[in-house]
Design a protein. Structure first.
Length: 137
């Protein structure tokens, strides 16, 4: 369940809430977009930080990309599809194809550098492949 802060972000910015049923329709309808995978904010408190940062990133790029929130019940299967291993994660797409992702909270300048690199990169195919996750040491 999203935290109050994440719920407020969704409502204030009117971000769509996506699941396995509607994600393809959304990403194919966007030139560029970012998907916010928060998981459980109690377990991953950085998710609340990313909820504060995401709207500022969208604004920084002049609304160049649309943002959406991925519902927790669909996150695990979509995590495999978009190929990331850490929470929270922002997945960037262009015309339905993955550009890359940014996990965990970053310094503002690191976000800008990484997003600039992603937005100028070639899309990578999205595959539904299982990830082998190693336990944290």
């Amino acid at each position: 369940m999203p935290s109050v802060l994440i719920k407020n972000m969704i409502e204030k910015y009117n971000y769509p809430v996506l699941d396995e049923e509607n994600i393809d329709e959304f990403i194919k309808s966007q030139d560029e977009c970012v998907l916010f995978f928060a998981n459980d904010p109690t377990r991953y408190p950085e998710s609340d930080d990313v909820a504060m940062i995401l709207p500022e990133l969208v604004k920084e790029y002049g609304n160049r990309f649309s943002a959406a929130f991925v519902e927790q019940k669909s996150e695990r299967s979509l995590q495999r599809r978009f190929g990331f291993a850490r929470w929270p994660t922002l997945v960037f797409l262009k015309k339905g194809q993955k550009l890359g992702h940014i996990s965990k909270v970053q310094d503002w300048n690191d976000y800008i550098l990484k997003i600039n690199d992603l937005l100028t990169s070639e899309p990578k195919p999205v595959f539904d492949i299982p990830l082998t996750l190693k336990p944290n040491n």
